[in-house]
Design a protein around this ligand. Structure first.
Ligand code: PMP
Length: 409
């Protein structure tokens, strides 16, 4: 491999303005130093690095212009003039903050309109907004199941599904990734008052799919409910862009679908789609919704404009898919196993230090590609993660492929 040697164990590019030890004499500081030393020695320390531009295919960072393969802004809507204009108008009419949780006084016509819009986009009886995808998963699982129940979770599910399972206090059964037979057996051997199966539709670090048709059948056979996280499917998959459930015609076979406003829809927040009784129960019980200030109306208006674009303009999705196919073909010609399934492509390198060194080598060629390390992915599977966007040109995609070839992996 032609990437530079191991990364220094963790050099903070933004050191504290205070001298070491000053303003930091707490017990927790000693805990933090101990744990951070341990992260550094394993090559797992992370740093923030601010953007000096909006999201887009080209971003400014640290004085450089970089081609951005790190963002989930799959359709380039985060800086769309139409979406920005909708947000600005609502900022003027509603102000910035929403003042309280929706159940207190934080609800507005913008929230109600967006929920109705999302329900019609998703062909669902009802939709319910959350402040983030993380909050939606945690809150929905915690609202649906409790200590007398069992929840079954794919081994590669997103952290928010994992935390939702833990917080629910239901018995948690983790089944091997995408293994429907193992799930079937686990459901057979785990009696509980209620049983809920939770899965990503598109897995966030691998870009592969959950076997949704088979999961629906197994859930039906066991009278279990199914929650599908469409964070990376919304806007990307399906003829209307409503996700993998739409693509497979399973919109009405899945109990709860979660979609984010923060990825292909270019904003912030999330929603669940479900029957009206489920939405009412979650609204009454989900702690991240009941006890947290509502999304600002400006973000609701931005999301509504983004959904309009996704539904009306399938040219954007067609451009994304052209890029996905071009990158996938290029990866295969470089000898990597790749399939055009989603906008996410992992290139697994193994050790965290190698992933960070590879990411730095790509950065030196003007490419922003993130190294993903444990605990985000299992030990030994550290990787480069390429995220494609409709806003990339063919030239950008080719630069990424040339960069990868230069690493000689
Ligand atoms: N689910 C999945 C599969 C995700 O990848 C993410 C975001 N990384 C989330 C949920 C959380 O969504 P949000 O960023 O809107 O909190």
């Amino acid at each position: 491999m032609r990437i530079p040697g191991p990364v220094p164990a963790g050099v903070d590019p933004h050191p504290s303005p205070l001298p070491e030890g000053e303003g930091a004499s707490t017990v927790a500081t000693a805990w933090a130093r101990e744990d951070m030393d341990s992260l550094s020695s394993r090559g797992l320390r992370r740093f923030l690095e601010p953007l000096d531009s909006p999201q887009g295919p080209l971003v400014r960072m640290g004085g450089e212009t970089l081609v951005n393969f790190a963002s989930n802004d799959y359709l380039g809507l985060a800086s769309s003039p139409t979406v920005r204009a909708a947000a600005s108008a609502a900022l003027e009419s509603h102000g910035v903050g929403s003042g309280a949780s929706r159940l207190v006084v934080g609800d507005t016509s913008a929230h109600q309109r967006l929920e109705a819009r999302l329900a019609s986009f998703e062909r669902s009886e009802a939709a319910l907004l959350f402040n983030s995808g993380f909050a939606a998963n945690v809150g929905t699982i915690q609202a649906l199941v409790g200590p007398e129940d069992a929840v079954f979770s794919d081994a590669l599910n997103h952290a928010s599904l994992i935390d939702g399972c833990r917080i629910s206090r239901a018995r948690v059964v983790v089944y091997p990734h995408a293994n429907v037979e193992a799930l079937d057996q686990a459901l057979s051997s785990t009696p509980a008052r209620r049983r809920l199966v939770v899965t990503d539709s598109v897995f966030s670090m691998d870009g592969d799919y959950a076997p949704l048709r088979e999961l629906v059948s197994v859930c039906r056979a066991h009278d279990a409910a199914l929650l599908v996280d469409e964070a990376h499917g919304t806007g990307v998959l399906g003829s209307r862009g409503a996700g993998l459930c739409e693509e497979l015609g399973l919109e009405h076979a899945v109990d709860v679908r979660m979609g984010t406003l923060s990825k292909a829809l270019g904003g912030l927040g999330a929603y669940i789609c479900a029957s009206r009784p489920v939405v009412e129960l979650v609204l009454n019980r989900a702690r991240p919704l009941v006890f947290s200030t509502a999304l600002p109306a400006a973000l609701c208006a931005a999301a509504e404009a983004a959904v309009d674009i996704v539904e009306r303009d399938d040219a954007l999705r067609a451009r994304l898919w052209r890029n996905i196919r071009r990158f996938s073909d290029g990866l295969r010609s470089l000898g990597f196993a790749a399939e055009p399934r989603s906008a996410i492509f992992p290139v697994i390198v193994g050790e965290p230090g190698v992933a960070v060194a590879a990411s730095r080598a790509l950065r030196a060629r003007g490419l922003l590609v993130k190294a993903i390390r444990p605990p985000t992915v299992p030990e030994g599977t550290s990787r480069l993660r390429f995220c494609l966007s409709a806003a990339h040109t063919e030239g950008h995609v080719d630069l990424a492929l040339q960069g990868l070839r230069s690493l000689g992996l």
